[in-house]
Design a protein around this ligand. Structure first.
Ligand SMILES: Cc1cc2nc3c(=O)[nH]c(=O)nc-3n(C[C@H](O)[C@H](O)[C@H](O)COP(=O)(O)O)c2cc1C
Length: 180
């Protein structure tokens, strides 16, 4: 798939068929996502993919801040990726000294780029995704037994979409762009 096509056709999907996402497909997606840029190439982002229905349903019920919309999406998806990042590295030098006064911003920045790269890579394999931000980050980290030094940035619901919808309205390039 050409980059242009992939960018235009990636869509947030919230309804999926029953088809599971094979673990080898998830591996292929991460094979691409690992090329996402990161602060000084620190590569702090990790993906914990849940394809166990009981664990996924538990997160759907208990880790979305009582937002039923997200409960439904997670219950319907075939697999759920928790995007986390190792704290204390981005925005710092190799000795851990701050290089940027707002290092925490760069951690989340790295995670955001990684999440979008993951979603674009998934699109290449016809896997639909939805980034989910209304979540209980600490509850998810506990439920998944993530290492102490990792924080959860977002979830990504994954599955084969019932349909590929068209894009919701976007601002025009003219509205977004200015030259000085
Ligand atoms: C940081 C972030 C958080 C989001 N959180 C949620 C969420 O909690 N639930 C949800 O259904 N969609 C969520 N979305 C998906 C957006 O609603 C979606 O990207 C937007 O409506 C544009 O649609 P598109 O992705 O199909 O282009 C989130 C997207 C981003 C980037």
């Amino acid at each position: 798939m050409e980059a242009k096509e992939c960018i235009l056709q990636r869509r947030s999907c919230r309804r999926f068929t029953d088809r599971p996402v094979d673990r080898d497909v998830v591996r292929e997606i991460v094979e691409l996502a690992r090329f996402a840029p990161s602060w000084k190439n620190k590569q702090i982002v990790r993906y914990t993919v849940v394809d166990d229905k009981a664990v996924k349903d538990d997160i759907a019920r208990n880790c979305v801040r009582d937002f039923p919309f997200n409960t439904k999406t997670i219950s319907r998806c075939a697999a759920l990726a928790a995007v986390s990042y190792v704290t204390g590295r981005s925005g710092r030098d190799d000795q851990g000294a701050l290089q940027s006064p707002d290092a925490e911003k760069w951690e989340m920045f790295d995670a955001g780029i990684a999440a979008q790269t993951f979603c674009l890579a998934a699109r290449e394999y016809e896997v639909g995704t939805c980034i989910i931000g209304v979540i209980d980050e600490e509850g998810i980290a506990r439920r998944l037994g993530l290492p102490e030094e990792e924080k959860v940035a977002c979830l990504i619901a994954m599955g084969y979409p019932e349909e590929w919808k068209s894009a919701p309205p976007r601002l025009t390039a003219e509205e977004l762009l200015r030259f000085c």
